[in-house]
Design a protein around this ligand. Structure first.
Ligand SMILES: Cc1cc2nc3c(=O)[nH]c(=O)nc-3n(C[C@H](O)[C@H](O)[C@H](O)COP(=O)(O)O)c2cc1C
Length: 198
């Protein structure tokens, strides 16, 4: 739970961030289950979309999400790995903004490790013959993707586990008594806290 004291102490603030991200991974009902992920588009403009966070490794400051390797965001991240992940927790009315760098894992051991945990219903998404965000030409009909057997590997070729390592967390808490905001910046000495004007 956030308290005003949390915003003056780096360890307490990171503990709160850990709790929210941990709950976001664990529960599809938690508001931190999804984030807005913003990248630098190939045209230099901002591109933002919703993603589901699948894993959070607190010690190494890493968040993983899954995507189709053919999607434009992968091309964007290969060109510029900077990514912003924004969360909003409706219950506490708090915003978390993470600045990270992404590594694309596709067709490698790391991707394979994550793929093992992808349920069949999600595996179906990677079996589509169409490129995500690609235009569907006239007459193309999208058939319902049949849910494959859990051992079906045919979607693996399109699967990417995107691992985002963050080094900055900006937390804003909206309260009737006065809003609070602090930023955590990572260095080899650990997290350093900066209090900010909300
Ligand atoms: C609730 C929700 C959850 C989503 N989760 C993901 C996800 O985990 N990974 C993903 O690649 N796209 C996800 N999407 C779809 C993206 O928002 C986006 O439309 C798609 O990935 C294409 O993005 P791009 O063209 O920017 O690459 C989700 C969309 C919604 C509405």
């Amino acid at each position: 739970m956030l308290t005003p004291g949390t915003f003056a102490d780096s360890a307490a603030l990171y503990a709160a961030v850990q709790r929210m991200l941990g709950q976001g991974v664990a529960s599809g009902h938690h508001s931190c289950h999804m984030a807005v992920a913003a990248t630098v588009g190939l045209d230099g403009g901002p591109k933002a979309r919703i993603i589901v966070i699948r894993q959070f490794l607190s010690e190494s400051r890493r968040i993983e999400f899954h995507t189709d390797v053919r999607s434009p965001k992968v091309t964007e991240l290969r060109r510029d790995p900077r990514i912003a992940l924004n969360f909003y927790d409706a219950e506490s009315r708090s915003q978390m903004r993470l600045a990270a760098r992404a590594t694309i894992n596709a067709g490698n051991d790391r991707a394979r490790e994550s793929w093992q945990l992808v349920p069949a219903v999600n595996r179906a998404l990677f079996m589509s013959p169409f490129q995500p965000s690609g235009e569907l030409t006239e007459g193309v009909v999208l058939d319902d993707m049949p849910i494959p057997d859990q051992t079906d590997e045919s979607g693996f070729a399109h699967f990417a586990a995107v691992v985002c390592e963050f080094d900055e967390v900006d937390v804003l808490w909206l309260r009737a008594e006065g809003h609070l905001r602090s930023r955590l910046a990572w260095s080899p000495d650990g997290w350093r806290l900066f209090r900010l004007c909300p």
